[in-house]
Design a protein around this ligand. Structure first.
Ligand code: ATP
Length: 280
């Protein structure tokens, strides 16, 4: 693939001090610039632990036994599941300015960066609002803005939509899509929202019992329905429906792989109909 990795995790094994068993074992992966990677897994699989390891917070901020190495060539921003635990400022402005002030930025530079970031996340005019009084989706967007204030190359998000209703979740994924398209950011996101991940990610990782089970380009990943079922991962309806249509002989398996969105399935279906009618 492209150039040097932004991050390389090699042979990582991690056992929390208080843990009954290792939370991560034999983890090897590399992240390349511009990749958008989804992480899924059953409860207690090690998703949060993997993201904490990528961000360098494990082992430095936790007690436990660590083996292996994490080499990072990038500035990182991290967003946790519950944005309220991250908020420090009384207003959105204070929230965004806080870390930049600490880093010694001038008022003028902070002002300029704040305008850029608020524009990027679509929250212009929110500077004087309390972050705690925003909707769930808006809170998560402020947390993402905070993480973006230092212009990180790598954005790591741990279940950013798990506390949100479908509208809030869509807001967050559409913001992430903009960051992917307009800023070519490298993004790692853990989530149970497999339908959104299928439409958004270039690559998917399945982790279970602290081990990487699958690490594949998204289309190949979601073709592994049996493995995903075995680990209780929700396979998007569009993919199940596609398999049913193939099994029923309504269409044959596409050489392009499984469709990841309703629009892709509709196109495949239209093609199959034209073939049946002899027009293709
Ligand atoms: N601070 C900690 N101390 C001891 N054990 C921990 C700690 N944090 C997590 N664990 C254990 O490590 C394992 C992996 O936890 P982790 O939170 O990474 O899983 P997860 O896949 O993110 O889970 P979930 O989807 O339920 O949030 C679990 O067995 C968990 O109980």
């Amino acid at each position: 693939m492209k150039t040097e990795p932004l991050l390389r995790v090699s042979g990582v094994y991690w056992h929390y001090e208080e843990g009954a068993q290792p939370a991560l074992a034999d983890i090897h992966l590399a992240l390349y610039p511009g990749e958008v990677v989804g992480v899924v897994g059953p409860a207690a699989a090690g998703k949060t632990t993997l993201l904490l390891t990528m961000s360098g917070l494990i082992p430095s901020n936790y007690g436990g036994h660590f083996v292996g190495s994490v080499e990072s060539n990038s500035e990182q921003g991290i967003v946790f599941q519950d944005p309220e635990t991250q908020f420090i400022g009384l207003t959105v402005e204070e929230e965004l300015a806080f870390s930049l002030e600490n880093a010694g930025w001038s008022d003028e530079r902070i002002e300029q960066r704040m305008v850029e970031v608020l524009d990027l996340i679509g929250l212009n005019g929110f500077t004087d609002r309390s972050p705690l009084e925003l909707s769930g989706g808006e809170k998560q967007r402020v947390a993402i803005a905070s993480a973006l204030s230092h212009s990180p190359e790598l954005l790591i998000l741990d279940e950013p939509t798990s506390e949100l209703d479908p509208v809030g979740a869509r807001e967050v994924f559409s913001l992430l899509s903009r960051l992917k398209q307009e800023k070519d950011m490298t993004i790692v996101v853990s989530s149970h929202a497999t339908e959104e991940l299928a439409a958004f990610c270039d690559r998917m990782i399945l982790i279970a019992e602290g081990k990487i089970i699958l690490d594949l380009p998204t289309r190949q990943f979601f073709a592994q329905v049996d493995v995903l079922d075995e680990h209780g991962i929700l396979v998007p309806d569009v993919i199940r429906f596609y398999h049913m249509l193939c099994q029923e002989g309504v269409m044959s398996a596409s050489s392009a792989g499984v469709p990841l969105t309703v629009e892709e399935l509709a196109l495949l279906y239209k093609e199959a109909r034209l073939v049946r009618e002899g027009s293709l």
